[in-house]
Design a protein around this ligand. Sequence first.
Ligand SMILES: Cc1cc2nc3c(=O)[nH]c(=O)nc-3n(C[C@H](O)[C@H](O)[C@H](O)COP(=O)(O)OP(=O)(O)OC[C@H]3O[C@@H](n4cnc5c(N)ncnc54)[C@H](O)[C@@H]3O)c2cc1C
Length: 435
Amino acid sequence: MNIPKTSLPRVVIIGGGFAGMALARKILKEDMQMVLLDRHNYHTFQPLLYQVSTSGLEPDSIAYPLRKITRSSEKCFFRLAEVKSISAEENTVHTNIGDLVYDYLVIATGSKTNFFGNESIEKHGIWMKTVPQALNIRSLILENLEQATITDDPEKRKSLLNFVLVGAGPTGVELSGAIAELRNHIVPRDYPDLDPNEMNIHLLEGLDRVLPPMSEHASEKAHEMLEELGVKIHLNTMVESYDGHLVETNTDLAIKTETFIWSAGVTGAPVKGLNASAIVEKANRYEVNAFNQVNGYENIFAIGDIALMQTEEFPKGHPMVAQPAIQQGKHLAKNIKRLIRGEKLEAFEYFDKGTMATVGRNRAVVDLHKWKFSGFFAWFVWMFVHLWFLVGFRNRTVTFFNWIYNYINYDKAARLIIRPFKGHEERMSLDKEKV
Ligand SMILES: Cc1cc2nc3c(=O)[nH]c(=O)nc-3n(C[C@H](O)[C@H](O)[C@H](O)COP(=O)(O)OP(=O)(O)OC[C@H]3O[C@@H](n4cnc5c(N)ncnc54)[C@H](O)[C@@H]3O)c2cc1C
């Protein structure tokens, strides 16, 4: 791997997501050698992936080069590497570019899409965890609109213009709202040969409300806003299969569609090699103590989505969202410094800053402890918070001006089919990691 030998303690971090990056930034200047490994050479700001999928933003606005973090210290290194397994007895990680010995290992590999064992969905569906996947969705939506303009088969056109999203959590809600806006503002101008009323956006949810992790107030408001935008919501509806053309559910509902987007859940993305007792099987996440140490190991830590820390308030672990990941990353940085100095570790405490989701232009819902609000002000807060947390000054600036442009012009400038979506076979070869 071409990492120089050192007498300093070596900290190896797997994953440059929210957790890994927060940790890396805090230990850059410390007396240790830090090696950051990721299968991508950039950090992905997942909360805005849906804007890439729906042509609102270019991918480089929400991605940040990981070498920009490590370059500020001679003791820090980034390697583009897929970690395959860990040998804890030898303190070694095995990757596709070689092996690396660590003193302290931090696993921050996040989560992957959960298909709940449904093979037809995994085989024919499309999902969104990475930038290439978001670009696949963008291409698929635009290609289907192009196809719909030229087909003279009304059944085929219907299927091309039906967009089905499964899972009404924040991703499903944000994505369906954004596709509805595409239908309401872009399709009438760009595709004069199409009748926008023929384009249907269906949002399917197994539970009895949209945004189940948020308050009842947020659910009701988001439901109203989605309906205002023309999204057809089907609650208490579980998808049973999708064969690439037809979605079948546990109710009478069956929809013909060429676009089936699965956003119904995630599960942990652990690395092979640790003892079975380190993993909480149901969640596929590492069981960690209050110091983020993985169960059974003193020098292996897990942070972010992949870590399950049981507390009184969160008996099933912290929510798999960005804030616990960032806070755990920052906290572990302090604990690793303490460990190296031979001091006592301090327990992690999560500070819940609230949750929010946007449904579209001027529409969002925010739960801030006792304060629950929606509409234009919530949307403004949502934009401010996302700009604030977006990594890098350039990304913030580009996104800010893009949003102003889109707002004034009712436009989505990035509606380009740069890398055509060629269907299942190609997608699987592009998304090797299947996250
Ligand atoms: C579409 C979408 C929308 C979201 N919206 C929101 C939102 O609005 N608000 C919110 O708070 N949260 C949101 N989340 C959740 C949030 O993004 C995650 O909770 C957060 O990213 C978790 O951070 P992490 O560092 O644990 O993992 P990640 O950010 O997923 O980072 C994991 C990193 O590890 C790397 N990696 C994984 N396995 C390996 C391996 N074997 N070898 C090398 N590298 C590896 C990956 O490439 C990745 O860079 C959203 C998630 C998605 C997918």
